[in-house]
Design a binder for this molecule. Structure first.
Ligand code: B4P
Length: 186
């Protein structure tokens, strides 16, 4: 978890490679559907371009289908999910059903001005439709309103690892590995 631009997608790839599990990014799945012009993509695009969340029902169904794939049978990393309280409840149900356990929640913390700069830079290199300054600020507001409160929910369960997301990408990765190895060893 972490605000838009905190480095979730960047770090998810390293964590997934390290632990030999798939990284399931809801944002990436939505973007793949948008570029293929699927009905899901057409629906998601309206929300994404405005910086709003895609409705829970659509997102939950998509994640349920994805974690049913054989490569997720022995574990998976979720990137960008859950983002709402309804998604937390849905994920609890999915995990119970598949017999998995939630080992940990990594929260990346980054100062909000740094985030805007990172995303504006990404706009120049990748040209993502939701990386304009107005939409970036709206995405941050939505994060604070809808997703930040979930950190408390997971803190009460004792599974949160807060990681400083500032600094070199490699240094952030090392901080995450250090936190997660402790979980694996315990
Ligand atoms: P996401 O794809 O998750 O987009 P994001 O929040 O911007 O994170 P991303 O992973 O791309 O960026 P990262 O922080 O790695 O979501 C996009 C949209 O999809 C949402 O707005 C929403 O509409 C929809 N959506 C997704 N999940 C949903 C859900 N569960 N429910 C409803 N709707 C959902 O990296 C940002 C930039 O920073 C990169 O350019 C990177 O190179 C750079 N960077 C990373 N680490 C750095 C570091 N240490 N130093 C400097 N730069 C760094």
């Amino acid at each position: 978890m972490g605000p838009p631009g905190a480095g979730k997608g960047t770090q998810a790839k390293f964590i997934a490679d390290h632990f030999g599990i798939p990284a399931i990014s809801t944002g990436d799945i939505f973007r793949a559907n948008v570029s293929q012009g699927t009905p899901l993509g057409v629906e998601a695009k309206r929300y994404m371009d405005a910086g709003e969340y895609v409705p829970d029902e659509v997102t939950n169904r998509m994640v349920r289908n994805r974690i049913d794939e054989p490569d997720a049978a022995h574990g998976f990393l979720l990137d960008g999910y859950p983002r709402t309280l309804a998604q937390v409840e849905e994920l609890d149900g999915m995990i119970k059903f598949t017999g998995h356990e939630l080992d940990g929640v990594v929260v990346l913390t980054v100062d909000s001005e740094e985030i805007v700069q990172r995303l504006l830079q990404r706009a120049q290199t990748e040209g993502r439709a939701d990386d304009t300054e107005d939409v970036i600020r709206r995405r941050q507001e939505v994060y604070v309103e809808q997703t930040q409160p979930l950190i408390e929910v997971y803190k009460e369960r004792g599974v949160v690892h807060e990681i400083d997301g500032l600094g070199e990408v490699d240094d952030v990765t090392k901080r995450i590995f250090d936190a997660l190895e402790v979980v694996r060893e315990s």
